[in-house]
Design a protein around this ligand. Sequence first.
Ligand SMILES: [Zn+2]
Length: 511
Amino acid sequence: MILENGIVRTLEPSMPTARALAIAGDVVAGGVGTHEQALASPDVVDLGGRCVLPGFNDAHVHFPTWALAQRQVRLEGTQSLDEALQRVAAAVRDVEPGRWLRGLGWRSGDWSPPVEPTKDALDRVTGDTPTALMARDYHSLWLNSAGLARANGELEAEGGVVVRDDRGEPTGVLREECAWHFRDAYVRPTDDEMLEASREGIKLANARGVTAVHDKDGWLGALAVFQRLQSEGSLSLRVWESHPKDDLGALLALPLAGPFGNDFLRLGYVKAFMDGTLGSQTARMLDGAGVEITSRAELEETIVRAAGRGFSVAVHAIGDRANRDALDAFAATREAWKGLRPRVEHAQLLAREDIGRFAELGVACSVQFSHAPSDRDLADRFWAGKTDGAYAYRSLWDSGAVVANGSDAPIEELDPWAGICAGVLRTIDDRPAWHPEQRLTLDEALIATCVTPPWLAGDERRRGKLTPGFLADLVVLDRDPFAVEPEELPSIQVVATMVGGRWVHNPPPWA
Ligand SMILES: [Zn+2]
């Protein structure tokens, strides 16, 4: 197949653009005028002046959770507790008897008047329907009385918080490990629910130009979900799957020497958490605030055990203390993980003196460009005076750090183009850029989204660029983003998506 009459941006510095692209089977055969003459009666696709880029690889997504979230009551953007309760009231009518009402997306920091959610407020609109509403950052869970009752009072968990009132009664909000334990024990979706939602989610992701993801839902059984989707033929994106640190023994019990799988699905790395989040005010800070989920010593042990079997670690760290502890742990274990590609997820708030350490150590930053403009108000409030080191993508890039971009969906939408725009513009509304000194160029934002994630998965010689021999994973955009003013970038649309030489969204011809 030959794609011609457009602009192909290869993201290979030695030959950044081509007028056409030849594809043979599942790989790129060449640029213009090279191998395509050798193909027998090639299919020709008229790009009509459109732009071709390597497919988008979302480096941080909770895929089944995001897919399921498409079907739940959504509380994003609610301005008050009352508005949130109205949405819940509308959704509760559709819940079948005996089922949970699930929802997500609330952030009490956005509500005015300022108020924390309670089970009493929720009980008024949900009655006896057990209700579990995950906070936007997934680190707090808001339950009603019928939901809480499922636990028979067993709410405490190490590394978590049960919010209580003056009388010591749970208010209905659980944080960190308490929230997750409750969810896993009582609100977990069934395998069939995950499968159905993920099948639809893959189509939606493909429609947004996604050809690969790094999934974070290993703890939820995502590997089996993707395996089933692959065997039925509907896995049309490539998955680099995580395994939870808390279940490391199970991974190490398998006779594996490193990542295992195929071109579409690979069990790749171990995921750990150092701390909580900005929104829940559980990020672990140098001033002592926050929640420690994994200690530096524990992380060191995890890194060494995983590395001994060829697995690298991806560790969630938000606060400046959490990031320092993670960096210290990687520094102390450097010999053990040499040759692997470890990463810090989020790296949201960094002490100045820690910014250069990612490059020095060779630890990648897996960040989410959308978080900066989306969290700006919370960051200005909770991290006042410290935001110079927050979402510091330009500083990290200039220090030589490996920077990968993801969405953290469902916390932000799984929409890489929106993420790329956020990295370049540092705003998602009509306000001026937030910390504009931390903007990246379009080229850098694309590298972080298309090239670096495959590198993290060890696929840098096979994916992420449109050069001969690379897998033909690509996205067609309606215009060349390098030919428009930055402010126009958000209006660019994904036209079509190809994975391994096969159109998985909107095959040509295009009107
Ligand atoms: Zn995440």
